[in-house]
Ligand binder design. Structure first.
Ligand SMILES: Nc1ncnc2c1ncn2[C@@H]1O[C@H](COP(=O)(O)OP(=O)(O)OP(=O)(O)O)[C@@H](O)[C@H]1O
Ligand SMILES: [Mg+2]
Length: 253
């Protein structure tokens, strides 16, 4: 499998000249096409910053970020926005769904923004995603009238509407209880299997990360190490969780 995402020696700092904080230090990371990887690490270790930098939402000080064979570091904002819209899907904890629009309209929006497809065809695909995530009945509901878990599902549908090559998630199950969180992970994994898209998520939750093929540990702005668990299948979850817990424990995470 080829690489979909690659960073090489990425450095990123915040603050002004006097008080500059190095947040990413020489980060090199590769995600293969179809791979499901998770980033873990203590609060403040730079996980979200890395996600923003690799998806072109934030700039890097030095180093290279390549997505789908194109270098994106240093590209203009409009160009990055177009790549994000068509090739990347985002599932963040504070899902920025638009109030006073229905669930269906929110899901359809990125496809309508991208253009080149009839509204009927977009609607058909959006309804298919709502069905898959179990919220088809809520299509016509205003976004204010659904639960946190349902909102998260709507966020996933919206992230998937343009068939992205890669999905980024920052604590995608963070606002949910364990059962709802597991359901969301099941949806993500089945989508990953069916469509072969890549997934990179940040999570603090061992149960969530244990479903990923590879877990990357960040400490103080650096990639400290990684563990390969291989493709997930339901039967091995307990084993994977205990292996991952031990590994994290050894790193004081
Ligand atoms: N926009 C910003 N301006 C200044 N400093 C920032 C900014 N964003 C993040 N930081 C700092 O960069 C460091 C890394 O933050 P980041 O959000 O990447 O951590 P994280 O690993 O995602 O933490 P958490 O697990 O708490 O979400 C922190 O010290 C944070 O305060
Ligand atoms: Mg974070």
């Amino acid at each position: 499998m080829r690489d979909i995402l690659q960073t090489l020696g990425v450095n990123k700092s915040y603050g002004d000249g006097k008080v500059r904080q190095m947040v990413l230090k020489d980060v090199s990371l590769t995600v293969r096409e179809g791979e499901f990887a998770a980033i873990m690490g203590p609060s403040g270790s730079g996980k979200s910053t890395l996600l923003y930098c690799v998806s072109g939402m934030d700039s890097v000080d030095s180093g290279r970020v390549t997505f789908d064979g194109q270098e994106i570091s240093g590209k203009a904002d409009t160009c990055l926005a177009a790549i994000r819209l068509s090739d990347m899907g985002f599932i963040f904890q504070n899902i920025f769904l638009i109030k006073n629009l229905t669930v269906l309209d929110n899901v359809m929006l990125p496809a309508l923004q991208k253009g080149g497809e009839s509204k009927e065809s977009v609607k058909f695909r959006a309804m298919g995603l709502l069905r898959k995530t179990g919220i088809e009945d809520l299509a016509k509901r205003d976004i204010n009238e659904v639960s946190g878990g349902q909102l998260q599902r709507a966020g996933i549908c919206r992230a998937l509407i343009n068939n992205p090559k890669m999905i980024f998630g920052d604590e995608p199950t963070g606002a949910l209880n364990t059962i709802a969180g597991n359901e969301i992970m099941d949806i993500l994994i089945s989508i990953n299997k069916e469509r072969g898209g890549s997934i990179l998520i940040v999570t603090h939750d061992v149960k969530v990360a244990a479903r990923a093929e590879r877990i990357i540990c960040m400490l103080d702005g650096k990639i400290e190490s990684e563990i390969l668990l291989g493709k997930y299948d339901d039967s091995s979850l307990n084993q994977r969780e205990s292996r991952l817990s031990e590994w994290l424990h050894a790193r004081s995470v």
